[in-house]
Design a protein around this ligand. Structure first.
Ligand SMILES: CC(C)(COP(=O)(O)OP(=O)(O)OC[C@H]1O[C@@H](n2cnc3c(N)ncnc32)[C@H](O)[C@@H]1OP(=O)(O)O)[C@@H](O)C(=O)NCCC(=O)NCCS
Length: 156
C-alpha cells in the first residue's frame, strides 16, 4: 500500500453506502487504484482476492458511483488489510472510515488485523491509528519501486 494524496476535505452530498465488492465493480476499482498508487494493483490481483471465499472485499458507493474499496484477506488466524483507496475527489468525507467500520462488523472482532503501510504515508498511518492500529516494527525496503520501508501495524 502506498502514499496518500493530500486534499482539502470533500463534501459528499449523498449518503455513502457500503456493500460487498463485485466483479462488475472492477473497472471502477482499477480507475481509482491507478489514481491512488504509484504502483497500482493489476486487474488479476483484484480478481484473485475476490475469488478467495474467506476474504472480505467491500465497496463504498455514492448514488451509482463507486468511490472507494477495501480488500481484506484472512490468513490462518489473522485478517490482513491488503488494500484500501478512495477516489481523490471523495477523500476526507468519511468514506474510508465507513469501509473500515463495516469491515470490523463483518469480521466480527474475533481475530487480529494487520497491515503494511509506507513509512511516508502519514495520512494513512494517522487513519489507522485513529481506528486503533498500533505500529509493531518495520519491514526494511519492503516496496520494490523505491526501496521504501513498510511500517507493520496491528489491531488486536
Ligand atoms: C487513506 C485514504 C484511504 C483515506 O480515505 P478517506 O476516505 O479520505 O478517509 P476518511 O475521510 O474516512 O478519514 C478518516 C480519518 O483518517 C484520518 N485521515 C484520512 N486522510 C488523512 C490525511 N490525508 N491526513 C491526515 N489524516 C487523515 C483522519 O483522522 C480522518 O478523520 P477526519 O477527516 O475526521 O480528520 C485515502 O486518502 C486514499 O485513498 N489514499 C490513497 C491510497 C492510500 O494511501 N491508501 C492507504 C494505503 S496503506
Amino acid at each position: 500500500m502506498s502514499e496518500i494524496l493530500s486534499r482539502e476535505p470533500s463534501e459528499l452530498t449523498q449518503e455513502v453506502r457500503v456493500r460487498r465488492l463485485a466483479y462488475s465493480d472492477l473497472p471502477a476499482v482499477i480507475a481509482i487504484e491507478r489514481r491512488s498508487f504509484p504502483t497500482p494493483w493489476s486487474l488479476a490481483m483484484f480478481v484473485l482476492e475476490l475469488s478467495k471465499p474467506s476474504g472480505l472485499c467491500l465497496a463504498a458507493s455514492v448514488g451509482d458511483e463507486l468511490v472507494g474499496y477495501v480488500i481484506c484477506s484472512r490468513y490462518d488466524q489473522v485478517w490482513h488489510l491488503m488494500n484500501i483507496a478512495v477516489a481523490p475527489e471523495s477523500r476526507r468525507a468519511g468514506v474510508a472510515g465507513a469501509l473500515i467500520r463495516r469491515l470490523f462488523e463483518e469480521a466480527r472482532g474475533v481475530l487480529p488485523f494487520t497491515l503494511e503501510v509506507r513509512v511516508s504515508n502519514h495520512g494513512a498511518i494517522g487513519m489507522y491509528e485513529r481506528f486503533g492500529f498500533r505500529s509493531a516494527g518495520v519491514r526494511p525496503r519492503y516496496y520494490h519501486d523505491n526501496g521504501e520501508d513498510a511500517l507493520i501495524m496491528w489491531l488486536d
